[in-house]
Design a protein around this ligand. Sequence first.
Ligand code: APR
Ligand code: PHB
Length: 389
Amino acid sequence: MRVQVLIIGAGPAGLLLGQCLLREGIDALILESRSREYVLGRIRAGVLESATVALLERLGVAGRLHAEGLAHEGFDIAFAGERLRIDLAALTGRSVTVYGQTEITKDLMDARDAAGGKTSYEVSDVAIEGFDTDHPRVTYTHKGNSQSIDCDFICGCDGFHGVSRASVPPAAIRLYERVYPFGWMGVLSDTPPVHDELIYVSHERGFALCSQRSRTRSRYYVQCPLSEQVDEWPDERFWAELRRRLPGEAAKTLATGPSIEKSIAPLRSFVAEPLRFGRLFLAGDAAHIVPPTGAKGLNLAASDVYYLAEALVGFYKEKSIVKMDQYSARALSRVWKAERFSWWMTKLLHRFPEEGEFGRRMQLAELEYIAGSRAAQTALAENYVGLPY
Ligand code: APR
Ligand code: PHB
């Protein structure tokens, strides 16, 4: 069999790219190792930059986002008993949208099915061949049958643990990584959010975050040691610890209830360079990981796809390889800025015991500085709403 573009992975990156190519009439197949239900069942973040919303609008998949998403014109940072509101709208003229990654994945899957887009779920043994030649090929097993697909290009959108980056010879790729010595214990609950905007908390006992999915569903996180297990955190312990880290008013009004999802996420900064190897392209988590503190993971997958779609459309529609040759540099330029912002937010808001009391005073001094400086708040806000493509 043959397609023009073979996409590996039906996460946000693969589905977004699939939608871009569908709209341009470029023939593509998506291979996904998990079932559709499993992919949809993953609980991930949900703060969208204005540029990501614009891309979803352009792709015709923003209907439900506009109907159910929540526009947030600011967020709070709580520290040392203070609550500082970062007024995104006043500082940048832009806002972010709270709309779960699960919902975006569902909207993209529905749009793909409606347009007759080809997706094979529950494939296995995916292997990539010849991406350094003009005849790349992907082999895999589907429903017990081994399959082989010839294509012009392979787009590795298969996440951090995928086969695509792993198929690149070590000598051809540079990896940059920072692993943080703690995790995020996250709880999803059908309780009304403690506040109508997000609250990022810097506390002696560690970081906390109050986020939401809707007016009736909340998402909370507390910084926890990586050595701890989920079963060491019964709901009561989670709510008690969160309440201890919240500023006065929020601690009083926090509505608690049974968790409907609970998990620990490790924190990592990771970048692979370059993002193109002959006819193989990497996008999304296959190429880079950010700690969730800056809410950049999904938005970086979107900007990668924006540049990659331009490259493929340039090749097929304008017979030009200019944007294809520029893809890696364009995508990585934005990736590194988002990596810096996510690393900086993580350093600013989490407890690093090894940094000692001096480290803590540096954090508090920086937070005080931000509280008193419009310039510092503007820098924070413009990174949070998303830097231009
Ligand atoms: N063959 C086929 N599919 C694979 C393979 C493989 N060998 N390995 C992984 N996959 C699939 C996974 O099952 C997953 O559905 O690739 C998909 C990758 O999706 P994500 O991990 O969600 O990565 P991406 O699409 O880049 O989205 C990045 O997801 O993790 C969040 O914070 C992250 O928001 C960011 C977004
Ligand atoms: C979330 O809603 O899950 C969320 C929001 C903001 C973040 C990280 C996660 O920075």
